[in-house]
Design a binder for this molecule. Structure first.
Ligand code: ADP
Length: 250
């Protein structure tokens, strides 16, 4: 379970990007975080794996106080949390399978990591992850030969190879066309349903959020203004999240 208790985040320049956030997310939930650009969506998900430090309150994952983690403990904690970015973050000049295999590098001794020597078990696991996202046939193709949607699937396979308990996805479909975006969202749904992995997606396409997520968290100016089932999100809820008519409307 991910739990935020009265969490605030102030950036070093004094800007308060999260204000008194209280949330509990159970293992296996599929949650979409929606809100205007600059509302704090990305900050929120990046506090969970400590890419950003919170500055007030308490944040726990399975009762582990995230802010107390350091060094080796922080590194192994992060390995249980996959992260997907809008820009895929692949090594484009190498093959798909080699990209997925990089998931194992943090756990490898240097003498295998430097030359890139992988075990048979690691290779099988990487191929299995590619199979799960439907691109096993692309294993030996160079990553930059793939479409955007396929590249995002490689990123997803790389994350799956690390056996995550939680996947955080920061605008994973923002740079994809609508058809491909749905295919990638379908992958997230299968991963969530078949493997019980918690999915937290920060997404600005409201229709996709409502179609795929079970639960929606709406953020406005660093505050949670809606937290409930996706099928209860009506126009009034959207107005409150997007502050239609208010001074912050974009
Ligand atoms: P979203 O993901 O909803 O677009 P972000 O979480 O990226 O929003 O940003 C929330 C607010 O925090 C924005 O106003 C942004 O300008 C500000 N912000 C983000 N990163 C930093 C930073 N490193 N320093 C100062 N302000 C930041």
């Amino acid at each position: 379970m991910i739990r935020f208790e009265n969490v605030s985040k102030r950036y070093p320049n004094g800007f308060e990007a999260l204000k008194h956030v209280d949330l509990s997310i159970e293992q296996g939930e599929f949650v979409a975080i929606i809100g205007l650009s600059g509302a704090g969506k990305s900050t929120l998900i990046r506090t969970i794996n400590r890419m950003h430090d919170i500055t007030e309150g308490r944040l726990t994952v399975d009762d582990i106080d995230v802010m107390s983690l350091q060094g080796k403990a922080l590194r192994s904690f992060r390995r249980r949390i996959g992260m997907i970015f809008q820009s895929f973050n692949l090594i484009t000049r190498t093959t798909v399978i080699k990209n997925v295999l990089t998931a194992f590098v943090p756990d490898m001794p240097w003498w295998r990591a430097v030359p890139g020597i992988y075990t048979r078990e690691e290779k099988l696991k990487a191929l299995e992850a590619l199979d799960k996202v439907g691109i096993l046939d692309k294993a030996f193709v160079r990553a930059d030969q793939l479409s955007g949607g396929q590249q995002q699937r490689v990123a997803l396979a790389r994350t799956l190879a690390q056996d995550p308990q939680i996947i955080l996805a920061d605008e994973p479909v923002a740079s994809l066309d609508p058809v491909t975006a749905k295919q990638v969202m379908d992958d997230f749904r299968h991963i969530n349903e078949d493997m019980g992995i918690t999915i937290l997606i920060n997404i600005h396409h409201v229709e996709l959020a409502l179609q795929y997520a079970d639960r929606v968290i709406g953020i406005r100016a660093g505050e949670v203004v809606y937290d409930g089932p996706a099928d209860k999100v009506d126009q009034a809820v959207l107005d409150s999240i997007y502050n239609v008519g208010g001074e912050e409307a974009a």
